[in-house]
Write a protein that binds this ligand. Structure first.
Ligand code: ATP
Ligand code: MG
Length: 179
């Protein structure tokens, strides 16, 4: 059996890891889809699909899940009625999907795909939005993502990138963070 799990993974965090570990008990193989693959260098989507793929693969390696997962980037089509067929044309065959996103659940159900809804793990703590906010505010985000991901983000200058792409050019700035 093969399950599919989709997210934007901006960034991949310990909530995602907990879901994947639960899915791995349910199915033999997992297709992990990196959604909005075309997006990067924005406040909401700081990392490229390639960076997200590298981060996810290193976390999977640590969790001993790499052998059982396909990691596939997927661009948006901005046309919900054809999204499932677009997805299916870009990923390996899967038997069922896991999601809690109401739109994703609706679209899969209409297309006749079985959907399971994994439990939420401390959603107040483990949420991409909350983690990106902590990154911008200089808060403690590192404990909310796998260690490998925290060090990859630091090494690539991810925090400075987020700070820079979040600024406006409304007034002259002397303080662009080091790239
Ligand atoms: P964002 O706030 O940027 O949307 P996110 O934490 O929701 O980030 P996504 O990449 O959108 O992360 O998530 C992919 C999938 O993982 C979604 O189905 C989402 O519901 C689920 N998910 C996110 N956080 C958790 C969590 N703490 N526990 C269980 N599932 C989660
Ligand atoms: Mg989300």
């Amino acid at each position: 059996m093969r399950g599919l799990y989709i997210g934007r993974f901006q960034p991949y965090h310990l909530g995602h890891e907990a879901v994947l570990e639960a899915i791995a008990k349910d199915v033999d193989e997992i297709v992990i889809v990196i959604g909005s693959a075309q997006e990067s260098h924005t406040k909401e989507n700081p990392f490229t699909a390639g960076e997200r793929m590298e981060m996810i693969c290193s976390a999977l390696e640590e969790a001993d899940l790499r052998r059982r997962c396909f990691v596939v980037p997927l661009q948006d089509v901005k046309r919900n009625s054809i999204w499932v067929s677009h997805l299916m044309s870009m990923v390996p065959h899967f038997d069922l999907a896991y999601s809690n996103n109401p739109l994703v659940v609706q679209l899969f159900k209409e297309a006749g795909v079985e959907v399971r809804r994994p439990p939420m793990y401390q959603r107040d703590l483990y949420s991409g939005t909350a983690i990106r906010r902590l990154m911008l505010e200089g808060g403690d985000w590192k404990g909310l993502v796998p260690c490998k991901i925290a060090s990859a983000i630091e090494k690539m200058g991810g925090i400075a990138r987020m700070a820079n792409v979040s600024r406006s050019d409304a007034c002259r700035q002397e303080n662009l963070e080091d790239l």
